[in-house]
Design a protein around this ligand. Sequence first.
Ligand code: SAM
Length: 393
Amino acid sequence: MADLPAPDADAARHSQQLEALLRAEILQAGGFIPFSRFMERCLYAPGLGYYSAGSTKFGTAGDFVTAPELGPLFAGCIAAAVAPVLQQLGPDAGFVEIGGGSGAFAEVALKRLLALDALPARYAILEPSADLRERQRERLGRTLIPPVFELVEWLDGPPEAEWNGVLFANEVIDALPTPRFTLREGEVFEEHVAVDGEGRFVRQDRPADALLAAAVRHVERYLGTVFPDGYRSELLPHLPYWLQAVMGGLGEGAMLFVDYGYPRREYYQPQRDSGTLRAFYRHQVHNDAYLWPGLQDLTASVDFTALAEAGTQAGFELAGYCTQSVFLLGNGLPQLLEEAEARAPAERLQRLRNEARQLTLPSEMGERFQVMGFSRGVDLDAAFLAGDLTWRL
Ligand SMILES: C[S@@+](CC[C@H](N)C(=O)[O-])C[C@H]1O[C@@H](n2cnc3c(N)ncnc32)[C@H](O)[C@@H]1O
C-alpha cells in the first residue's frame, strides 16, 4: 500500500467518522456484520459514504473515469442504439437511467435523442446519492435547453406505475454491495467484518445463510464442478430481485447494461481464487477493501450469465451480449467521431481520438466492458448484430 497517496487531514477525518460509525454498528450487531453491509455503508452511508459525500469521484481529478466521462461518443452511440426502440414505442415511451453519476451520460444522450427525433416523454434518473443528484440537476440545468431539461425527473424509488420504454445502467451493477463467499470443508461460508483488539477491521468467515449457500451451489451445478476449500469470490444472490425492483412496472421496452465482468465460466475460473473485488483510489487499483472507508470506490465484476438469468426470469428476451468495442462500432461510433471531428477546434481533435481509442481498444475499455441487452415487445436485436457473444454465457 506504500505507493498510494495518503489522504489529506480533512479526508482522513471524514474516513475516521465513517470508521467510528462502522465500529458502533458492528458492536451493536454482536461483533460482526456481513461484508456486503460493510460495503454498502462504505459507499452509501448518508453524508459519509463514497457516493454520498461531496468529493470528486469521476474524471481525471477523481478516482476513476467512466465511459460517459471521457466525452460524447459513448452516450451518443447508446442513444443511437435505443432511438429505434423509443420510436417503436411511440410518444409515451420513457427512459430510466439507473445511477446517473455526474450527469454526463444524460446530457449527451438527451441531446442526441433530440437530434434523432427520438426524445422520450420523460427521462427519469434513479440515483440513491443525494450529492450526485444535486450535481446532475445542476449540470443538466446548465447544459440542456429548457424544454429538454423539463423532461428530466429524479425518482425516489423505482417507477411503480406501468411504463414502456428504455432502462439503461452503466457501471451500476459493479457498485452493488456484494456478499463474498468462501469454502471451508466443503461448506459455504460468508465473509463478515469484525473489529480486532486494536479497533482494526478484520475478516471473519461465518456459515452462509440459505440464500447465499443455494446461490453458490447453483453456480457449482452450472459449472459442473465444486469449489475447492479456500476458494473465495463474490456473488449477488439478490440480483434478480434488484433487477425486478429497478424496472418497476416496465411492460414493453428494452434494458441495456454496460459493465465490466465475465460470463460465469470465466468469472469463477479456478485461478481467480480471491475473487474480483477491487478498491479504486485516485486511479490506482488495489485489493484492500478495509482501507479508508468512504474514500475509495469498491466494486466487483459482473457475472453476465447471472444477469442473463435475472433478465430472462423477469420475462424479457436476451437481445444480445457483446464487448463494448463491438457494440459502439456497430452503433455509429465511426460516424459520430467523424461528425465530432468536423465540428471540433483543432486542439480538441486529439482528445476525441483518444476517447475513441480508450472506449474501444482491447487493452483499455473495449473488451473488459461488455454490453447486455434485453427486450420485450420491441426489437433491440439489430443493435447487437455485430459480434454477439451469447454463446459464451
Ligand atoms: C460507478 S458510478 C457510475 C455512474 C454513471 N453511470 C457513469 O457511468 O458515469 C455508479 C452509480 O450507480 C449508483 N448506484 C449504486 N447503487 C445503485 C442502486 N441500487 N440504484 C441506483 N443507482 C445506484 C451510484 O450512486 C452511482 O451514481
